[in-house]
Design a protein. Sequence first.
Length: 213
Amino acid sequence: MEAIIYDLLKNKKTEELIAELKKDTSLLGFRDSRGATLLMLGFYFRNKELSDYILSVRQPVDIYEAAIAGDVTTVKKFLSADRNVLNAHSGDGFTALGFACFFDRPVVAKYLLSEGADANIPSNNDFKVAPLHSSVAAKSLEITQMLLAHKANPNAKQQNDVTPLHEAAHNDCPAIARALLDAGADKTFKTTDGKTALDYAKEIDSKEIIGML
């Protein structure tokens, strides 16, 4: 079934997938071999039609789905029931805060941080993505500033030693780059293939970031 679902997702056969869900509602509880739910996969694949449909027929099943969906009320419910989920990892390796950052859910991120979520816990999978990497990937200055205010490490390294500053340069986000530099980001850090943030900025001709680096 996993192969079939991934084929439908990758080929954007959303109507066919939703038809299968209507025919067999047990599929709404599907998790892939990494532990990602079908709702998570809908968001991962940026398939709004699928994620909207799933949320129309069932509630988020855990804090991770709630964080991804931006449902702070349900996030609060899960955290109230079990404080241990605050800094725990999902089946596929991310914290609720990490999801809120990657999917640009500032209300959820603010709540989790106010409850003591650790701004420095990376994913426990091969990506080693810290919340700050995720907020920069989402191009969210608001969440990036929140994380930095909660002592997020501006020099955190994910897979291939990519730092948030590398990512800000690659994504042409000068305001985020400035926030990171002001917080102590080291512009000399190199990825495993020897690139600095300046190299990334030059690749896309981001003049503003080139100027500040």
